[in-house]
Design a binder for this molecule. Structure first.
Ligand SMILES: NC(=O)c1ccc[n+]([C@@H]2O[C@H](COP(=O)([O-])OP(=O)(O)OC[C@H]3O[C@@H](n4cnc5c(N)ncnc54)[C@H](OP(=O)(O)O)[C@@H]3O)[C@@H](O)[C@H]2O)c1
Length: 289
C-alpha cells in the first residue's frame, strides 16, 4: 500500500514518517517539494504518485497570523485540501485530513462530539472547517481527524518547547488559566492514523475526534511541564507560574474557552482510550533528555 504524506516536516508529519513503516511504501513531501500555495501543482503531483492513501499533515497553523492573512490560510487549509481530496479520488485513493478543535467556539460546556455543529471563532478555525467540508465533498473515502493542542519533539515550535525555553530564561511566567483543552502528543496522533488506515475505509469513513485523555488549562499544562522537566533533569528549577485570564493576554485571534473533544467514537473504533495527557507529556520530554 502506497501512502503519499503531505506536510512531512511538521510535528505530526515527522511522527508519521517514523511510524508508517513497511510493508507500507511512504513518500513524504515537504513544503519545498509541494508548496500547497501553488494550487496548480497539487493535482498532477498526487496523480503522478498513484497513492492508495493521501495523508494531509500540512496546514497553515499560525492561528494569530491567520487573522492578517485569511486568504492564504484559506488557500492552504481549504482550497489545497479540496484538490488533494479530488486528486486522491481520481486515483481511487482514500484521504486522511487533520483538523482542529478550533472549528468549535468552546461555549457548549461539555466535550464536543463529531456531530455537534461547528462554529469557529477565528480565521484559522474557519479555514480548517472549510477544508473539512471540501474534503468530505471531494472524496467519500475520507478520515477527518480533529485534534487539539498538539506538541512533539520534532517540528518547529510548540507550547512545551516554549515553556522549556522560557523556564530556563525567566523567574516568572504568566500563563492563561481560563482556556481548557487536551494537550495531545503528535506521536499519539501518528500512531492513531497508522492504525486507522489499516481498517477498511468503506466502513470507517467520517469525522473523528482524537486527543490525549484528560482536560486541563494552559496553566495546569505549564505547571506539569516544569515538574516533569525537573524530574528528567531538563531544567534545574521551575519558574514561578502565575495564572492569568484570556482578557489579561490579548491575542489577534479569539480562542475557544473550552474546546474539549469527546473521543468516544474513536475509542470504540480502536478498542482503547487515548493515552492520558501526562503520560504522553512525560514520554515526549524523555525524548529530549
Ligand atoms: N499545532 C496544533 O496545536 C494543532 C491543534 C489542532 C489541530 N492541528 C492540526 O493538526 C495538523 C498537524 O499540525 P502540526 O502541529 O503538525 O502543524 P505544523 O507543525 O505547523 O506542521 C504543518 C506543516 O505544514 C507545512 N506547510 C505550511 N504551509 C505549507 C504550504 N504552503 N505548503 C506545504 N506545506 C505547508 C509546514 O511547513 P513549514 O514547516 O515549512 O512551515 C509544516 O511542515 C494540522 O492540520 C493542524 O491544523 C494542530
Amino acid at each position: 500500500m502506497k501512502v503519499l504524506l503531505i506536510g512531512s516536516e511538521g510535528q505530526v508529519g515527522q511522527e508519521l514518517k517514523r511510524v508508517l513503516i513497511e510493508p507500507l511504501r511512504v513518500v513524504g513531501l515537504s513544503r519545498q517539494q509541494l508548496d500547497l500555495s501553488n494550487l496548480d501543482q497539487i493535482y498532477p503531483t498526487v496523480v503522478e504518485h498513484r497513492p492508495d492513501w493521501v495523508i494531509n499533515a500540512a496546514a497553515y497553523t499560525a492561528v494569530d497570523q491567520a487573522e492578517r492573512e485569511p486568504e492564504l490560510a484559506s488557500q492552504i487549509n481549504a482550497q489545497a485540501p479540496a484538490i488533494l481530496a479530488k486528486a486522491a479520488a481520481a486515483c481511487n485513493a482514500a484521504m486522511v485530513h487533520l483538523s482542529t478543535d478550533y472549528v468549535f467556539d468552546g461555549a457548549q460546556g461539555r466535550p464536543y462530539i463529531e456531530t455537534d455543529s461547528p462554529c469557529p471563532m477565528n480565521c484559522y478555525g474557519k479555514s480548517k472547517l472549510a477544508g473539512e467540508v471540501a474534503v468530505q465533498q471531494a472524496n467519500p473515502h475520507h478520515l477527518i481527524v480533529r485534534t487539539a493542542w498538539v506538541y512533539g519533539s520534532h517540528g518547529k515550535s510548540n507550547f512545551v518547547k516554549t515553556m522549556l525555553r522560557l523556564g530556563a530564561e525567566r523567574e516568572i511566567i504568566k500563563v492563561v488559566s481560563d482556556q481548557i483543552g487536551a494537550p495531545t502528543w503528535a506521536k499519539d496522533i501518528a500512531l492513531t492514523v497508522a492504525h486507522m488506515i489499516n481498517l477498511p475505509v468503506s466502513k470507517t469513513a467520517g469525522i473523528y475526534h482524537y486527543t490525549n485523555s484528560g482536560v486541563i488549562s494552559w496553566y495546569d499544562f505549564a505547571i506539569a511541564i516544569f515538574a516533569e522537566a525537573i524530574h528528567l533533569g531538563l531544567l534545574t528549577k521551575a519558574p514561578e507560574v502565575i495564572p492569568i485570564t484570556t482578557a489579561d493576554y490579548p491575542t489577534l485571534a479569539r480562542r475557544p474557552a473550552n474546546s474539549a473533544l469527546s473521543c468516544t467514537k474513536i475509542t470504540e473504533l480502536l478498542g482503547h482510550y487515548p493515552p492520558y495527557w501526562r503520560e504522553s507529556l512525560r514520554k515526549m520530554l524523555s525524548e529530549l533528555v
